[in-house]
Design a protein around this ligand. Sequence first.
Ligand code: GLN
Length: 202
Amino acid sequence: MTAADGPPLRIGVLASQGGFARHVRMLRRLHADAREVRSPAELEGLDALVVPGGESTTIMKAIERDGLGPAICAHVERGAPLLGTCAGMIVCDSEHLGLIDAVARRNAFGRQAQSFEAQLDFEGIGGEPIEAVFIRAPWIESYGPGVEVLASWEGHPVAVREGSVLACAFHPELTDDHRVHALLMAMATSARESAREGETSR
Ligand code: GLN
């Protein structure tokens, strides 16, 4: 899958900590130009960004240490898509980078259910339910009117979207089902097209 025309989508995966390698691998399988990102300069000009799972406190510390916060916010402000998974969902929430109007609850499923798999109906990816791998996952505790819930588990939102930001509590990079990454790439393709239309109508 590539952009309708032009070069492959350039997609950064925040590689400060956590499960970035599997995201890079999956995006490359989908023919994106996927690269690890660790500095504000590497965030420039990306068609999309992934914030992976890991440990949200460690990822937030690295974001602060490396001065990445303003660059990530600027990426979203210019309408470029971002996918946050698991700890990445927490990083996106209004108590952290404030990229979505939602509050995530850490380790929400409790000790008994630290890791589990579930078949989830996921709005907007078509077809069969998605096999979702949850690992000490958060859920969305509360959210504002601009937030669309794409998937829920036991009544709790576990995938949400607000504008160009997509956040899921599970790990879509750990199965062979690439539909969440394909959704991110479709969002990136349309963001690229609207940026191009903006340029030509100016
Ligand atoms: N429990 C972790 C946190 O709170 C998230 C776990 C994960 O990303 N798999 O940051």
